[in-house]
Design a protein around this ligand. Structure first.
Ligand code: F6P
Length: 541
């Protein structure tokens, strides 16, 4: 699928801040970036929307409300080329061990390649077929007797299915309820178990390693509950999605759907980890999800960087993080089905690119992952949008609009879309103090003079946003959208020269937790720092 770029030279790519393009971008930022004004840019260039919006499979991306012009993109693409983004991409797609700290290939793209077209094709399709056949049997509720499916997993073994199942609610099985348990806090599993009938429940224990504390603890609780309810046939009511088949067998599970160490946790919803999605939407729709992702993979692999949507978005992230020094990005899907997308993207982006050293382990002199956060519109408007419009920080916002709803309430849908466009407009246009002075403010205090009120009612404007448009939220478009985000994260990670595919940052907390746990039984605080010891005493008393 990849172009003919020689893949081998990615390892010797220069560090971003040592490239000519980085220096050129710095100059461009000082000359045109810092004071860039979106309103003036649109006034100057009537073609701006057309020249800064792009088509990718299933996704239309309007970048025109960003603090960029064609020259900015030109310099950013130069940076990508100097940092050998294309050879790094090709190396990933070819299965080279780009996850250098774990010596692993990174081949989530192989999971969605058609038969015979990607690395490990026969192994991938063998598991896929087996998993889809199992999903179809589970969906035949008259024969399977199932009413509830509980996925027990955390992080990448939870967030993908938990995001995709509600997103594809319109394609869901009407007779099956899907539940997700992730947190080791028992307040997560307790209400789920309360509503279940053991005879009609399937538990999926989802864990790449089958060692994760939270998942193993919840799996034990589920198995104990099942036995207490009179359940006897564990092998029929528990299945596992894991790379650790032996550990699953030890747990008493016979039906296991495997995957491989070259599938990162946060890139695993396309693998057996997608089983809850396949049960919810069925085999044909799951294949469409994969096909949408594959179409985006092809776009990323084959489209010149100048029109390559994931690459451009990743480069925009670099521009904002390293030149404008914006610290976060807010995601606002104007589709309630995408309510878990911000949480999914948090893991995808922040676990991938929250790194502070380059591939050689050298500390980086520039910033990497922004904070990614958000909520679906219009709920966010009534919560944190105040800060986006009038706060002291600039936060680029990413709107996601879906043209065709999956419900019959057209009037509601038009309101949702109008709100989406209005927020992008308001962020960009703002409101001057003069405009505010000329308006009535019936709720303003009569004790204040007009200019003071107008200052409070002023919006700085010139705040950037991107709008992504899908025709409909379908398995295919969701697949393309998520793959687009994966490749965008890859792009910014490649420019920063980091390893986007390890996650050592979660290790320390895990190790300290294991050391603290026995102290909860014996109350021992010896050797702890004063705060941790004080808190422990307070919590165990
Ligand atoms: O949080 C760290 C992490 O390793 C994630 O990367 C991963 O998705 C999650 O834990 C769950 O791991 P596992 O699937 O092995 O239970």
């Amino acid at each position: 699928m990849s172009q003919a770029t020689p893949a081998a030279d990615w390892r010797g790519a220069p560090r971003a801040d040592r490239t000519e393009a980085w220096a050129a971008l710095g100059g461009h930022f000082e000359a045109h970036g810092r004071a860039f004004d979106l309103r003036e840019a649109f006034a100057r260039d009537p073609q701006r929307f057309g020249s800064l919006s792009y088509e990718a499979p299933e996704v239309f991306a309007d970048l025109s409300k960003n603090l960029i012009d064609l020259a900015t993109l030109h310099f950013l693409v130069d940076l990508a080329r100097e940092c050998r983004l294309e050879s790094r991409r090709d190396a990933m797609l070819a299965g080279e061990p780009v996850n250098i700290t774990e010596g692993r290939a990174v081949l989530h793209t192989a999971l969605r390649a058609p038969v015979g077209q990607g690395p490990y094709s026969s192994a991938v399709h063998e598991v896929l077929e087996r998993m889809l056949a199992f999903a179809e049997r589970a969906r035949d509720t008259a024969a399977s007797g199932l009413a509830d499916v509980v996925n027990i997993g955390i992080g990448g073994s939870d967030l993908g299915p938990q995001m995709a199942v509600p997103a594809l609610d319109a394609f869901g099985h009407p007779g099956l309820r899907l539940h997700f348990v992730s947190n080791v806090d028992g307040h997560d599993i307790a209400p789920v178990l309360r509503g279940l009938d053991a005879r009609r429940t399937l538990f999926i224990i989802a864990s790449k390693t089958f060692t994760t504390q939270e998942t193993m603890a919840n799996a034990q609780v589920a198995r104990d509950w099942f036995v207490q309810q009179g359940g006897r046939d564990i092998a029929r009511h528990f299945v596992a999605t894991t790379t650790n088949v032996e550990a699953a067998a030890e747990f008493g599970i016979r039906e296991t759907f495997g995957f491989w160490d070259w599938v990162g946790g946060r890139y695993s919803m396309w693998s057996a980890i997608g089983l809850p999605i396949a049960i919810a939407i069925g085999a044909a729709n799951f294949r469409d999800l994969l096909a949408g992702a594959h179409a985006m993979d092809r776009h990323f692999a084959l489209t010149p960087l100048e029109r390559n949507v994931p690459a451009l978005l990743g480069l925009l992230d670099v521009w904002y993080r390293n030149f404008h020094r914006f610290t976060s990005r807010s995601v606002a899907p104007y589709h309630q089905g995408l309510k878990r997308l911000p949480a999914y993207l948090q893991q995808l982006e922040m676990e991938s690119n929250g790194k502070h050293v380059d591939l050689d382990g050298e500390p980086l002199p520039f910033a990497t992952s922004p904070v990614v956060w958000g909520e679906p519109g219009t709920n966010g408007q009534h919560a944190f949008f105040q800060m986006l419009h009038q706060g002291s920080d600039v936060v680029p916002v990413e709107f996601i609009a879906v043209r065709e709803p999956s419900h019959p309430y057209r009037a509601l849908h038009e309101k949702a879309l109008a709100n989406c466009l209005a927020q992008g407009q308001a962020l960009m246009l703002g409101k001057s103090t003069d405009e505010a002075l000329g308006e009535k403010a019936p709720t303003a205090s009569s004790m204040l003079d007009a200019i003071t009120v107008a200052r409070h009612r002023t919006f700085p404007g010139n705040r950037p946003s991107t709008t992504l448009v899908l025709e409909r939220l379908t398995p295919r478009s969701l697949g393309a959208l998520v793959a687009m985000y994966e490749h965008r994260v890859f792009t910014s990670g490649a420019i920063w020269g980091i390893n986007s595919f390890d996650q050592w940052g979660v290790e320390l907390g895990k190790a300290l937790c294991n050391r603290l746990l026995p102290r909860f039984s014996n109350g021992d605080v010896v050797g702890l720092d004063a705060s941790t010891g004080g808190l422990l005493r307070r919590l165990v008393k």
